[in-house]
Design a protein around this ligand. Structure first.
Ligand code: SF4
Length: 230
């Protein structure tokens, strides 16, 4: 694993739990609105931490924190994610994984082995605009579809979520996402916020009223729909 950050106390990253958030470096995608360019396109400017440093910190918080969030970059870019999560699990933490869904072959064993309690998978856009939204030409969507299938059949709690970007999403796109993923238990629309650390500039979020309209459009397709960042 390449560890590039540790947020020692995260109040909202893991729904309902006090957590530490561990950031891994590197991603296979280049979403132009990515708010964490330091972990994707500017890795050489980003200091790293050792696994021992991370685990020592977590060990010191065993009775104080409920869980650990593994996020990125893309955590499953790293073939040894399961080894790390086994060690986290052994300390008794709940584990939430954030993923872009591109590595179903690494997600499947985590689900089967019970190494994750909650998975948040990005749904970048409707199928027709997926590649463009990921900043990748002619992206193979089969792994994304397979990750969706795995999560639906896993019995592990999960959410789908989309970062809403004015330049990339329309109401019709959200409707298409709803129809595509119909029946999923939870869907979140999170407003794009300019972190000042984007892969490309020139992107904007939506107004709360616009986001509410998107949420109302997709509500019939999911168990629950909610907004974040509003
Ligand atoms: S938004 Fe996520 S999937 Fe996209 S480039 Fe950034 S880290 Fe990778």
């Amino acid at each position: 694993m390449l560890f590039c950050g540790l947020q020692k106390l995260a109040m909202v990253d893991y729904p309902g739990k006090l957590a530490a958030t561990v950031f891994t470096g590197g991603c296979n995608l280049q979403c132009p609105f990515c708010h964490n360019a330091l972990l994707v396109t500017r890795l050489n400017e980003t200091p790293s931490l050792t696994e021992t440093e991370i685990l020592d910190f977590l060990s010191s918080r065993q009775k104080l924190l409920d869980g650990v969030v593994l996020t990125g970059g893309e955590p499953l870019l790293h073939p040894d994610a399961a080894d790390f999560l086994r060690k986290v699990r052994a300390m008794g933490f709940f584990v939430k994984l954030d993923t872009n869904g591109c590595f179903p072959n690494r997600l499947a064993p985590l689900l089967a082995e019970g190494l994750v309690d909650y998975v948040a998978m990005d749904i970048k856009n409707c199928l027709e605009k997926y590649s463009e939204t990921c900043g990748v030409s002619e992206m193979d969507l089969a792994p994304v579809l397979e990750s969706i299938r795995l999560l639906r059949n896993s019995g592990v709690e999960f959410e789908f979520r989309t970062t809403a970007v004015r330049e990339l999403h329309t109401a019709d796109d959200f409707l298409a996402i709803g129809r595509w993923l119909e029946g999923a238990p939870q869907y979140f629309i999170q407003n794009f916020v300019d972190s000042g650390n984007l892969i490309e500039t020139g992107y904007h979020g939506f107004t709360p009223q616009e986001l509410q309209c998107f949420a109302d459009l997709v509500r019939p397709y999911f168990g629950t729909v909610a907004l974040r960042g509003v």
